[in-house]
Ligand binder design. Structure first.
Ligand SMILES: Cc1ncc(COP(=O)(O)O)c(C=O)c1O
Length: 465
């Protein structure tokens, strides 16, 4: 493809045009999809311009689109498919269960089996409940904290994402001009659906700032029910928390009787006992999701038995928790078949592959003379089109703003080279991958940058070193 473009707009229309010609069936389906779905997609996170590819099948580390292209899947349904797609043992477990019924409104032994696997891996989860998604898991953990403390406010991190509802999304994107001071950010509603009362319910803390976090907790302790935090800031660029930060949250919440909720929906893949085991931090409550469902919908939340007691049906006014597909046998079967295989050796191997990916990507940026860098830890990686340090959401957003449309275009160029990542340039490793898949992704970035650089000189020189 000749990319010689005079402006970013010109570059964008060349790359989009090429992509649509390269994937004509997806392009035609996207036209049809716009009739059924707003903007042609049923979920925001998987959408990107000019339109997403339609995936026809997935097996192991590969996905295939309707135009017959094959990709190495570094997205893994946003980190949830840790054993890759259609793993034979998971398929067997799910098929066996499907033949015996997919959902019953009753207790099943499969629920006990997965619960015991999770409790044995994560000792802080003395008791737990299953949900149908990670969003419900964090929501119920928050409700548990409110009910058990009798307090209302929730402190979350700027850039933190805990699911698809108001409290969980507040200040996900710290928009310049709205986000307030860096050490005591304002609450930013992400969209027009957010109630103005969010400002009364939420406190926003800068990520990786232990002193600011301790001060905010101490200042609001009497009305603060919970602090919720991801051990790696996921949606805003896979930025790992420092141990010092997590420890400050643990110490200060303990001092003031505030419930500490670790959102390990993504980070359970970083250690047999999740990031809490890696860091040696014991939360009061934990939210899980993604990998524990083995590719099927799931969530779980749990922690201290005295806190989880608020859900006890024998209580006079237990906290309501119901969800038609919570603990459904299909997700339980897939989850158990998966989690039994996610051991230390596998987690280490995925981490080594992740490290190789980050080193290769960093090298590619350097060789191409492009201001870019990786963040991440273990199997989780993100690319950023900036060489400035990134330790919180504002740093990551600054990189995105600086890159403008180029981030999305780089994602398309990587797709055309057979590398399927998230459009926000997130890549994660899965068990069917070997070094060759990782090296393929690195070559794809090298090629993509080589194609972009001559035009960047013209249209976005500040992205070059
Ligand atoms: C850290 C974190 N928490 C919660 C959620 C919500 O999970 P779900 O999409 O299953 O509702 C996500 C989803 O991406 C997440 O990344």
């Amino acid at each position: 493809m000749t990319l010689q473009a005079e402006t970013i707009e010109d570059l964008r229309s060349r790359i989009h045009g090429h992509y649509e010609r390269w994937a004509p069936r997806s392009a035609a389906l996207a036209v049809k999809a716009r009739r059924s779905f707003p903007g042609g997609d049923t979920r925001m996170s998987a959408h990107y311009a000019p339109h997403p590819l339609f995936i026809d099948s997935a097996e192991g580390a590969r996905v295939r689109d309707v135009d017959g292209h094959e990709f190495v899947d570094f997205m893994n349904n946003f980190t949830s498919v840790i054993l890759g797609h259609a793993d034979p043992e998971v398929v067997r477990a799910v098929s066996r269960q499907a033949a015996r019924g997919s959902a019953v409104g009753a207790a099943t032994t499969s629920q006990l089996e997965l619960a015991e696997i999770l409790r044995s891996r994560i000792p802080s989860m003395e008791q737990l409940r299953f949900t149908a998604s990670g969003s419900e898991a964090t929501l119920m953990a928050i409700r548990c904290a409110r009910a058990s403390t009798g307090r209302r406010k929730i402190m979350k991190m700027e850039g933190g994402y805990h699911g698809s509802y108001e409290l969980a999304e507040a200040s996900l994107v710290p928009l310049p001009g709205l986000a307030g001071p860096a050490n005591a950010p304002d609450v930013v509603p992400v969209d027009a659906s957010h109630s103005p009362s969010l400002v009364d319910d939420v406190l926003v803390c800068p990520y990786n700032e232990p002193n600011a976090a301790a001060a905010l907790i101490a200042q609001h302790a009497s009305e603060l029910a919970a602090v919720i935090v991801e051990p790696v800031l996921g949606s805003m660029g896979m930025v790992p928390a420092t141990r010092e930060f997590l420890q400050a949250l643990r110490d200060e919440t303990a001092k003031h009787g505030v419930v500490l909720i670790l959102d390990e929906v993504v980070t359970l893949r970083l250690g047999v006992g999740g990031a809490q085991a890696v860091h040696g931090i014991t939360p009061d409550l934990t939210a899980l999701g993604k990998i524990i469902g083995g590719g099927l919908p799931i969530g779980a939340f749990g922690g201290r038995e005295d806190l989880m007691h608020v859900f006890h049906p024998g209580e006079r006014r237990p906290v309501m928790h119901s969800s038609t597909f919570s603990g459904n046998p299909l997700s339980m079967a897939a989850g158990a078949a998966t989690m039994q295989r996610v051991d230390e050796a596998l987690i280490d191997r995925l981490g080594t592959l992740g490290q190789r990916l980050r080193a290769g990507f960093d090298r590619a940026f350097e060789r191409a003379g492009v201001r870019g860098r990786t963040t991440g830890v273990g199997s989780l990686t993100n690319l950023h089109l900036t060489d400035a340090p990134i330790s919180n959401a504002r740093d990551a957003l600054q990189g995105m703003i600086g890159a403008g449309a180029v981030g999305g275009l780089l994602h398309l160029l990587m797709l055309e080279r057979g590398v399927f990542g998230a459009s926000r340039l997130m890549y994660c490793t899965s068990s069917p991958m070997a070094e060759s898949e990782v090296d393929h992704a690195v070559s794809a970035l090298e090629d993509s940058l080589a194609e972009l650089v001559p035009t960047l000189k013209q249209v976005a020189p500040k992205l070059l070193r």
